[in-house]
Design a binder for this molecule. Structure first.
Ligand SMILES: [Zn+2]
Length: 483
């Protein structure tokens, strides 16, 4: 038996190598010329000590500040991005309109009414309904995690304020956001469907002892489905749970003035360094220009916009234009449901094959420590070449995982764009994410510079590659990147 199996294994290896050599004959494999590798190394080393990225995010967070989609700073942020692209020497700057439902936050208050009256610190969640004038008072019913709410009898929820609790731990890859984010997006929708009057959750954050609630979007998309929904700061969630622990009915008054208010048309702001050999083929990088409103949108996602803009600028400063175009996209309204990313993917679906490679930065400003890729097999050698240039600045290439392209560009990856994921160190990201503490002081200039080095080096190498990375309609449908 054993021998037979070995023979079968040997036969299948022979077969596999035969297939591999046939593939090699048809496609000699994507290669990055040695000259381009050297230039990428120089770009990398220059970027590591360059403060262009930091100056960009400082400018955005100081001159514009918070940038909630459709809010008073939306137009100002777009004007800022256009002016910044031009000042940085981009060849082409343009806007692509993005239309989405407008949601407004005006004011929010809450208090425990009984048995121990006291105020609560919270933030309304995106697409939350407002409460009736004068507020809404109801009994609180607590659930440990989203699954418990899903399983609940609607009779136990009807007319009450649903409260969901859970715990998130810090992690380099921020994996516990996979607990908090679904509780925040799906929780309110499930609660509303079961007849709840309101929804509260423990903030989806890792700052256990900071009285700063984390806002974020819910899954409501239609005003007629929405109920009032808000996030308590972690210490306020602890307090509410202590009060519930007395075993008496607990009633809370929510007074939220917020809600849908028609629709709004903003735009993705795009800057390009035009390729000299293949101007219509693009390396797509970016961040999102909108932010939540309590902070100044420094780590989410002023940093991402700055990283991509600075990488493009450094490539633009080279004596010659790259072979392919470097397209930097400052996306509109990522926060309330990837509106900019979805609009981009819809508009550019037909030219997905012209997207050489892409990825977006949207996980703060910590150092990039891991690269993953979704590319065609014969482009893996070129990804190895990119990895070799990035290894000295701390980036490890994980060959097993797919590359999803980041938040907004995940939508273009879904259409078939070859994509990387450049994972940043997010150990403290969820301490500040979507809070009033998302401010410039959280960004370490040397860490931001490392990100710029990574984006400049990989973008340039992709632009100079002999061959492509496999972008084509539906090319990566089953890579599992967006599962
Ligand atoms: Zn973001």
């Amino acid at each position: 038996m054993r021998h037979l199996r070995l023979n079968l294994l040997a036969a299948s290896l022979l077969l596999a190598s035969g297939i591999a050599s046939a593939a090699t004959a048809a496609d000699k494999g994507t290669v990055i010329p040695q000259q381009a590798v050297q230039t990428a190394e120089q770009l990398r080393d220059k970027a590591m000590t360059d403060n262009t990225g930091y100056k960009i995010v400082e400018s955005l967070t100081t001159e514009i500040g918070a940038r909630i989609a459709g809010g008073p700073n939306d137009q100002r942020a777009r004007d800022w991005a256009v002016a910044k692209f031009k000042a940085l020497g981009f060849d082409k700057v343009y806007l692509e309109p993005v239309t989405y439902p407008l949601w407004e936050r005006r004011s929010e208050h809450a208090e425990i009414v009984a048995p121990f009256p006291q105020p609560l610190t919270l933030l309304a969640l995106g697409y939350s309904a407002g409460t009736p004038k004068g507020g809404l008072t109801a009994e609180v019913v607590k659930f440990d995690g989203l699954a418990a709410l899903k399983a609940a009898d609607p009779a136990s929820v009807k007319g009450k304020i649903v409260y969901i609790t859970f715990h998130m731990q810090r992690a380099k890859d921020g994996h516990d956001y996979a607990i908090g984010s679904p509780a925040r997006t799906q929780g309110p929708v499930i609660a509303a469907a079961k007849g709840a009057a309101g929804f509260l959750l423990r903030s989806a954050g890792t700052d256990a002892n900071s009285r700063t609630p984390h806002t974020g979007v819910t899954g409501f998309r239609d005003p007629k489905d929405a109920i009032p929904a808000a996030a308590l700061s972690n210490p306020d969630a602890d307090q509410l749970e202590r009060v519930l622990g007395y075993g008496k009915p607990v009633s809370v008054k929510l007074d939220l003035d917020c809600g849908f208010n028609g629709s709004y048309t903003g735009a993705n702001v795009i800057g390009e360094i035009t390729g000299k050999k293949y101007p219509d083929q693009v390396v797509a990088i970016g961040g999102h220009l909108d932010s939540w409103d309590p902070g100044t949108g420094a780590i989410d996602d002023g940093a991402g916009v700055a990283i991509a803009m600075a990488a493009g600028k450094l490539i633009g400063d080279l004596p010659q234009r790259p072979d392919r175009t470097i397209r930097v996209i400052a996306f509109a309204n990522e926060e309330m449901g990837l509106w900019g990313g979805r609009a981009y993917a819809e508009k550019h679906a037909a030219d997905v094959g012209k997207h050489q490679l892409g990825t977006e930065s949207d996980f703060g400003a910590g150092k990039v420590w891991r690269m993953t890729a979704s590319v065609k097999p014969s482009a893996r050698g070129a990804i190895d070449q990119i990895a070799k240039v990035l290894t000295p600045i701390g980036v490890a290439y994980d060959t097993k995982r797919p590359g999803g392209g980041g938040s907004d560009l995940s939508q273009m990856h879904g259409k078939g764009m070859a994509a990387l994921t450049l994972t940043q160190d997010g150990t403290d990201y969820f301490d500040y994410h979507h809070t009033a503490n998302d401010t410039l002081d959280k960004i370490k200039p040397n860490e931001l510079a490392q990100n710029v080095a990574v984006y400049a080096a990989f973008s340039y190498m992709a632009a100079q590659a002999e061959g492509d990375f496999g972008s084509a309609p539906d090319a990566f449908k089953n890579d599992g990147a967006n599962d």
